[in-house]
Design a protein around this ligand. Structure first.
Ligand SMILES: Cc1cc2nc3c(=O)[nH]c(=O)nc-3n(C[C@H](O)[C@H](O)[C@H](O)COP(=O)(O)OP(=O)(O)OC[C@H]3O[C@@H](n4cnc5c(N)ncnc54)[C@H](O)[C@@H]3O)c2cc1C
Length: 340
C-alpha cells in the first residue's frame, strides 16, 4: 500500500514514521527545504505526556527546559504561582531538533521525504499512484477541497525570541487576556515569547507583546513573527475516498490553549488505519470539541480576571488541559455569574 503524506510537521512526520514502521510505502512531500523546517513560529511547549506518542524517552537533546511551575498574570497583574502544575510537567523543546529527530526516525523506517516540493490541488492527478493521500499540511491544502471546513477557525498569533529576564528556567508565564493569552517560556539561554487571541488586530497583539517585553525586562533577539493557530476544534469528517486529513489541518488543536503538537503526534499514529475516524471520535474528538465549546462560553464572560483569581489550581489545570466534565465547569461558571 502506497501512502503520500503532505507536510513535514509533527503530524506528517509522525504519520510517516508510524506508517513506514507498519510496512506501508510512504513518500512525504514538504514545501520547505530541510534547513527551513519548521518555518512556522511556535511556543515549543509540550506536556511530558506528548512524548508517549513517540519512541523518545525524555532524555533527548531537543529538550531544553523541564518545566515545574507556572506563574499566572492577568493583564499584567501577578495572580499566583502554581507548583507541580500538571500541564507544566512538561518540556520546552527545540522544535527544529525535535522535527529533525522525527525525520531521522521516519527515514530509518524507510519513508522517503522530499523537501522543497509544495503540493497544490493541481498535483492531485500526479498523486494517482498512491492508495492514500494524507494531508498533514497544517492548513488542509488538499483536504479543504473535499471535506467540510465550516467550523475550521484560525486566530492570529505573534512569536519571537528574547533574552534577559530573571524568570527561572523551570517556570513558565501565562499572561491572561480578555480574549487570549501571552506567554514567556524559558528556552535554553533564551525566552520564547508570544501572544494570541480572538478578534485582536496584529497591532493590538504587538502592543501586548511590547508590554510583556517591558514588564519582564526582555530584549528581542529576533523579529516578531506572525502566524495563526486553529481554535475551532476538529472538522467533522477526516476521510473521503483516498484523502485523509490529520493534525492542525484537521483542527486537532486544543482551542483553549493552542496546543497542537501532542494531538498531531497522536493523529500520526492512527490516520492511516482502517478505523481512523472511529478511533479519533472515541478518543480525542470529544476533548477538543469540549475545548471549542468552552472557549465560546469563556469569550462571553465579562471580567474573566476575577474568575482567574478565584479559580482553584485544579480548575485552572483542567481548563488548560481540556480535561473536565462540562457539567462541572458549567456549574462553576453559573455560580460565578450568579454571585457577580
Ligand atoms: C505562534 C504559535 C505558537 C504555538 N505554540 C505551541 C506550543 O507551544 N505547543 C504546541 O503543542 N503547539 C503550539 N502551536 C500549535 C502547533 O505549532 C501546531 O498545532 C502543530 O505544529 C501542528 O502540527 P502539524 O504537523 O499538523 O502542522 P504544521 O506544524 O503546520 O506542519 C505542516 C507542514 O506542512 C508543510 N506544508 C504546508 N503546505 C504545504 C504544501 N502545500 N505542500 C507541502 N508541504 C506543505 C509546512 O511547511 C509544514 O512543514 C503553536 C502555533 C503557533 C502559530
Amino acid at each position: 500500500m502506497k501512502i503520500a503524506v503532505i507536510g513535514a510537521g509533527p503530524a506528517g512526520l509522525s504519520t510517516a514514521y508510524n506508517a513506514s514502521k507498519d510496512g506501508f510505502d510512504v513518500v512525504l512531500y514538504e514545501a520547505d527545504l530541510l534547513e527551513k523546517v519548521p518555518s512556522k513560529p511556535c511556543g515549543e511547549a509540550i506536556p511530558k505526556g506528548a512524548l508517549y506518542y513517540t519512541p523518545f524517552k525524555g532524555d533527548e537533546d531537543f529538550i531544553l527546559n523541564r518545566i515545574k511551575q507556572v506563574r499566572f498574570y492577568w493583564e499584567g497583574e501577578f495572580i499566583r504561582e502554581i507548583k507541580n502544575f500538571p500541564l507544566a510537567e512538561g518540556f520546552i523543546i527545540d522544535k527544529k531538533k525535535f522535527l529533525r529527530s522525527l525525520i531521522e526516525l521516519a527515514e530509518s523506517e524507510g519513508a522517503k521525504i522530499i523537501f522543497g516540493k509544495r503540493i497544490t490541488i493541481r498535483d492531485l492527478p500526479n498523486l494517482e499512484r498512491f492508495d492514500m493521500i494524507i494531508d498533514a499540511s497544517g492548513i488542509g491544502v488538499i483536504a479543504q477541497h473535499f471535506l467540510d471546513y465550516k467550523n475550521y477557525r484560525r486566530i492570529p498569533v505573534l512569536q519571537a525570541y528574547a533574552k534577559g529576564s530573571d524568570i527561572p528556567e523551570d517556570t513558565i508565564v501565562f499572561w491572561g487576556l480578555a480574549r487570549g493569552y501571552a506567554w514567556v517560556f524559558p528556552r535554553g539561554d533564551l525566552y520564547n515569547i508570544g501572544v494570541g487571541g480572538v478578534n485582536y488586530s496584529p497591532q493590538e497583539l504587538r502592543r501586548i507583546l511590547e508590554e510583556l517585553i517591558s514588564h519582564f525586562n526582555l530584549k528581542l533577539v529576533t523579529n516578531i513573527r506572525g502566524s495563526s493557530v486553529s481554535v475551532g476544534g476538529p472538522i467533522k469528517r477526516l476521510v473521503t475516498n483516498r484523502i485523509r486529513v490529520v493534525g492542525e489541518a484537521a483542527g486537532m488543536v486544543m482551542p483553549l490553549t493552542g496546543e497542537g503538537i501532542r494531538y498531531a503526534l497522536i493523529g500520526g499514529q492512527i490516520v492511516y488505519k482502517d478505523d481512523y475516524e472511529e478511533i479519533f471520535n472515541k478518543t480525542i474528538r470529544k476533548k477538543l470539541e469540549r475545548g471549542a465549546f468552552l472557549l465560546k462560553i469563556v469569550l462571553k464572560i465579562p471580567n474573566k480576571g476575577r474568575l482567574a483569581r478565584k479559580a482553584s489550581d485544579e480548575l485552572l489545570y483542567r481548563f488548560f488541559e481540556g480535561d473536565f466534565r462540562l457539567t462541572d465547569v458549567l456549574k462553576v461558571l453559573a455560580k460565578y455569574i450568579s454571585i457577580k
